[in-house]
Design a protein around this ligand. Structure first.
Ligand code: GLP
Length: 235
């Protein structure tokens, strides 16, 4: 495990983008596992800048996103598909046909989750980017999720609904209650993992990476992965 402490969010975004840029440079047809939330926005902004300047290209890159809300139209600005288009895909040379986000609108979401699970297995993720929730969730794997789970439908906990209400006019009742998320098995199967967190996540990062490995803190399982880098702001 490699923990890189940085001074602030700008430095975190630079370091994380450098690691992703290195991956794309080393293997131009790599598969990136991507994340949403407030934390990776600066990282994506750097990647957009470097792509526009011609330093990196996403032309042959394929991507799989971690998760998606159920029953939120893809045109809704807080849908993770819309987030990815706005914060990255619309501004780089990636072929959108090569970008994948779980289908939160599928009539049969269990089947959509199963199909996504098979897709991840067939692609094989080279580098998985992760944020972390205040309760240690990664993707939408809430505390007590089984470490063996593949992609599945999940009911969000009250703490996650409250944390994400800031994206929905601070109104918890507007936050979708369910999501499709990669499971811990999918995340652990990535060849390399990069987890990022700002100062506000210092406490949970400490618990996840220096405390016991337990389903109560989903991110703690990453201690067992052989190639994990954490870039976090020192509190
Ligand atoms: C959300 C997402 C996660 C994200 C986490 C932290 O619920 N499902 O993938 O990493 O919460 O989000 P933020 O970076 O906005 O704090």
């Amino acid at each position: 495990m490699n923990i890189i402490y940085v001074k602030n969010n700008e430095e975190m975004a630079l370091k994380a983008a450098s690691i992703i840029a290195a991956q794309v440079t080393l293997k131009n047809d790599c598969v990136l596992g991507l994340a949403t939330g407030g934390t990776p926005v600066g990282t994506y902004a750097n990647l957009i800048k470097w792509c526009k300047e011609g330093h990196i290209s996403f032309k042959n890159v394929r991507s799989v996103n971690l998760d998606e809300y159920c029953n939120l139209p893809v045109t809704h600005p807080e849908s993770y598909r819309c987030f990815m288009n706005t914060n990255l895909f619309d501004h780089v040379d990636i072929d959108k046909a090569n970008t994948n986000v779980p289908d939160g609108l599928a009539a049969d979401s269990e089947k959509a989750a199963k199909d996504y699970d098979a897709l991840i297995d067939s692609l094989g993720v080279d580098l998985q980017l992760l944020g972390i929730g205040y309760n240690g969730h990664i993707g939408f794997n809430e505390p007590d999720s089984a470490f063996t789970m593949g992609t599945h439908v999940v009911e969000l906990t009250q703490s996650t609904l409250e944390a994400n209400a800031r994206f929905f006019d601070n109104d918890v009742s507007k936050v979708p209650t369910h999501a499709i998320t990669m499971g811990m098995r999918n995340i652990m199967s990535a060849k390399r993992i990069l987890l990022i967190g700002g100062a506000e996540k210092a406490e949970i990062i400490e618990k996840a990476f220096f405390g016991p490995v337990t389903p109560e803190v989903p991110a703690s399982i990453l201690q067992l992965h052989k190639d994990v880098t954490v870039v976090c702001v020192k509190a």
